[in-house]
Design a protein around this ligand. Sequence first.
Ligand SMILES: [Zn+2]
Length: 159
Amino acid sequence: MTTNWTSPVCVCGRLLELERNDRAAVDLACLCERRIEVRRAGGSWLIAAMLAPERSVPISGFSRELRLDPRAQRFYFSHSIGGSEIPVHIVYSESLRVAEVKAAGMKVSALVEVDGPLDARRRWVERFEALRRHSKPGPNRRPSDSFPWSGPRPAARPS
Ligand SMILES: [Zn+2]
């Protein structure tokens, strides 16, 4: 296989093998177990998203079913929220094609018909960004139940 594309490199140092294709974006799995979404940019591939494997879910909020599923796959990624990078956790079941995504301090988002952990991430980010755009601070803002991020919450907020 000859290719003119510059192959992307995982953070573990491995070159990510890409079949020749016409797609604009490809989901890859590295041997280090990271999942990587690459996007075509000019003459090369850029890493658009990276999920790192996670051995256990450090935060509560996931459904018991997925937490106890021995075959569930766990990943995390960082998402920029209000200027800081927040870890976002994904639990994905390939057999059920469901995923649960949760950022620290937020409610879990359950997704169905998921085509892999990167798909779960894309859908979560899309939904999160759409809701964030629609929930600019305003008089009718409901910080407690607006999905999913209510901003850094002071311990005691005057109401
Ligand atoms: Zn790797």
